[in-house]
Design a protein around this ligand. Structure first.
Ligand code: ADP
Length: 667
């Protein structure tokens, strides 16, 4: 195919994606003087990427299939807006060869490789066959066409357990199961196939030896249409949960310079096997010594910023220049590794509740400034809504520093300084992870998070003296601010009232815990707070997002968000959620609903795992839902008898709907 037709200069770029990556691409495209066109679904009318772009086109209903995955609508959107090129981002249609071809057929430049290259590298099986020929080391396994149970079982036996069953079309860790013995194989294949069919419309499986204590190491490559191909060093993405990356860094702290050169050379060989054009990633699994090819991703990756920060290269700019038909601006030996970068993926999910996705309106979104080596690629702003239709990644926080230790410290500080309310985020979990001594020491493998889950998801500390005082300060501070806006409030005189001292009592509790009392004494002379026997001198000075609290001569910075009687505080001890007990009563004991077996979010019932009348242990699986593309198993909240199941496989269930009833036994 004539490459000058595929890659040529353009002025208007359509970004066929949403969220942080759409925003990220728009930023660079704009800096290069391009016009940008966003596309969106009905759920995303007010989304950040729509606001950022010069123009935006509605694709259709919220479901990805009707919007972001609808090739016809996307091509039509390009036609309507005069867009000449399409950047697919990652996910959605980014590795879909038919989409790349449809763009080409419609006279659009596709920012990425050709459909042929995608076809060659897109499937895990196909690419492995190619790599085998090119002499790139592979994980032992089976990647043939025959898919019957007997063939797969024989292949597994031959490779030797433990093995991995993997969807050939897989991505994002879906359609993948570790199998440790022959009798686990059948059920694992059934469930992996079901997940793969739903996610990718393709349930072909391959089998691989499961590498023990594996690490994930990948190499960023980029090729132009003039036959130049470069590697931009490696990333280590070993910190994963359910095969999904959580923290990524560059360079890999595991490799020495000689190993680095070996893996980068293998990656160049792999991409060279298809004369690759565009940005891509060659992924390897490593036992700490050797690396084995697992797959190639023919697109930009989520974690590309760590590579950008250690090379000083804007990968989106290079992608666009390659799409213009330009030659890559540097030679291999001109690409220099500088310092260390670490990235954390900020998700709307609840780490303490099995990482359940969290949806709703982001009522507070305060992230630290992008200074001192910190970079934040966000796809959401305050007031935006996180919907259940798409991946729940909100933003990426990335830190660069001359050394790994300092990069980790900077990232952690950035995470600690973030206040997000309205939805639950994994920020505390990310902080715990990045500061874990074994992470610092790089003593990790891909199973690390699962093993350390209890430590990483520890409950927040109980509020101490500082937090109780901060709670009073937050209320007083807010009342003062409201008073300044209005007139004649008693709080205008807070702190220096001449006519004697007054007292005010507050009570707070955490969850269903006991009430803790604080008395504020103010009027003539300095204000004081009394907690139990302790009396503390107290002063506050309001500032952005909170206040400085001075207690007994020590000043502390406190971030605060007040929502009615719910107080969120961030002090030097961490984050705290306190309930301000209403002094006038009227507190209703709300149903916690924790024991209800209900859909946590809208989803589809994909399996019923227990029969009515069955006696269940606490924690026994009852049914499996597919929620936001991930399978979630609902379990018995206590030991008992399964009285009824109120749904069947295939049902689409709404949030909060009770799906099964367990009658507790005994007690
Ligand atoms: P996906 O495309 O769904 O992300 P990958 O093939 O890239 O799937 O694998 C995801 C992760 O699973 C890898 O990062 C690695 O940690 C782990 N993994 C993959 N293959 C193996 C293997 N053969 N042995 C051990 N771990 C593996």
């Amino acid at each position: 195919m004539d490459r000058s037709k595929l890659y040529r200069r353009f002025r208007t770029l359509l970004i066929a994606n949403r969220g942080e990556i759409a925003c990220r691409v728009i930023r660079t495209a704009r800096a290069m003087g391009l016009r940008t066109v966003a596309v969106y679904s009905e759920a995303d009318r007010d989304a950040m990427h729509v606001a950022l772009a010069d123009e935006a086109v509605l694709l259709g209903p919220a479901r990805a299939r009707d919007s972001y995955l609808n090739v016809e609508r996307l091509i039509e959107a390009a036609r309507k807006t005069g867009a000449e090129a399409v950047h697919p981002g990652y996910g959605f249609l980014s590795e879909n060869a038919e989409f790349a071809q449809a763009c080409y057929d419609a006279g659009l430049v596709f920012v990425g490789p050709t459909a042929e290259m995608m076809n060659a590298m897109g499937s895990k099986s196909g690419s492995k066959a190619l790599m085998e020929k090119a002499g790139v080391p592979l994980v032992p396994g089976y990647h043939g066409d025959a898919q019957d149970d007997a063939t797969l079982a024989k292949a597994a036996e031959k490779v030797g357990f433990p093995i991995l069953v993997k969807a050939s079309a897989g991505g994002g860790g879906r359609g993948m199961r570790i199998v440790r013995s022959a009798d686990e194989l059948g059920p694992a294949i059934v469930s992996a196939k079901r997940e793969a069919k739903a996610a990718f419309g393709d349930d072909r499986m391959l089998i691989e030896k499961y590498v023990d204590n594996p690490r994930h190491i990948e190499v960023q490559i980029i090729g132009d249409s003039h036959g130049n191909l470069l590697s931009l060093f490696e990333r280590e993405c070993t910190l994963q949960r359910r095969h999904q990356k959580v923290i990524e860094e560059a360079p890999s702290p595991t490799l020495n310079p000689a190993q680095r050169e070996t893996v980068c050379a293998a990656a160049r060989k792999a991409a060279g096997a298809v004369n690759y054009v565009g940005a891509g990633t060659i992924e390897f699994v490593s036992d700490g010594k050797d690396v084995f090819f697992i797959e190639m991703n023919t697109r930009l990756q989520v974690e590309h910023p760590v590579t950008e920060l250690i090379t000083g290269i804007d990968l989106v700019e290079w992608q666009l220049r390659v799409a213009f038909g330009e030659a890559l601006p540097l030679k291999q030996d001109e690409i220099k590794l500088n310092g260390h970068a670490v990235e954390a993926r900020v998700y709307a999910e609840n780490s303490t509740k099995n990482f359940m996705p969290s949806v709703g309106r982001i009522s507070t979104w305060r992230l630290p400034a992008e200074t001192g080596g910190l970079r934040i690629d966000a796809g959401y702003r305050e007031g935006d809504t996180v919907s259940p239709y798409y991946d729940a990644m909100l933003a990426k926080m990335i830190a660069w520093a001359p050394t790994r230790d300092v990069a980790i410290d900077r990232l952690n500080r950035g995470l600690e300084d973030a206040d997000v309310r309205g939805i639950v985020t994994n920020i505390p979990f990310l902080s715990a992870l990045i500061t874990h001594p074994k992470v610092r020491a790089n003593a990790i493998d891909t199973g690390f998070i699962e093993r350390e889950l209890a430590v990483l998801t520890q409950a927040a500390p109980a509020p101490g003296e500082l937090e109780l005082c901060a709670a009073v300060a937050a209320i007083v501070n807010e009342e003062r601010q409201t008073a300044q806006a209005g007139a004649n409030s008693p709080w205008q005189t807070f702190g220096w009232q001449p006519v004697g001292r007054r007292q005010r009592s507050f009570a707070f509790r955490v969850g269903h815990g006991p009430e803790q009392k604080v008395t504020l004494s103010y009027g003539s002379g300095p204000s004081t707070l009394v907690i139990g026997e302790r009396e503390l001198a107290f002063a506050i000075a309001a500032k952005q997002g909170g206040f400085d609290l001075t207690l007994d001569g020590v000043k502390s910075s406190v971030a605060a968000v007040i929502d009615g009687h719910e107080l969120y505080l961030r002090t030097r001890h961490g984050r705290f959620d306190l309930h301000w007990v209403d002094p006038f009563g009227g507190e209703s004991e709300e149903q916690t609903g924790e024991d209800k077996i209900a859909a946590p979010l809208p989803g589809t019932v994909v399996a019923v795992l227990a029969e009515e009348g069955a006696t269940l242990e606490k924690g026994a699986p009852i049914l499996t839902l597919e929620v936001m593309k991930m399978e979630q198993t609902l379990r018995a909240p206590y030991a008992g008898v399964l009285k009824s199941i109120k749904c069947k496989v295939g049902d689409i269930v709404q949030e909060g709907i009770e799906l099964a009833v367990v009658e507790p036994s005994g007690e």
